[in-house]
Design a protein around this ligand. Sequence first.
Ligand code: SF4
Ligand code: SF4
Length: 94
Amino acid sequence: MSSVYPSTFWHQECTLCGACCTAPDIAALQKPLGVPCKHLDGRCQCAIYETRPQVCRHYTPDWVCGEVAPLPTLEWRVRRYLEIYGLEPASDEG
Ligand code: SF4
Ligand code: SF4
């Protein structure tokens, strides 16, 4: 009998798709909705990973990742992320 088993049958890995560092507004970073975090690098990795704020540390991958991460571009991923949460990106106008 194996002593190794998952704590849950459902598991989602972060694939560094960049959506959760771009789509939501993050007050701790003064990051507006739909705008990439200034610490997100060109490979969708966090440039301040070791010192990232608590709000980022507490974020865990969930079913939303499965919806957004497979999409081919960051723009599409962000759009889908915002759609799931019923959020609208800020208008460029005005
Ligand atoms: S949305 Fe999910 S898969 Fe994409 S970067 Fe965030 S945690 Fe990772
Ligand atoms: S600080 Fe890092 S983990 Fe947090 S939103 Fe910015 S890039 Fe993402």
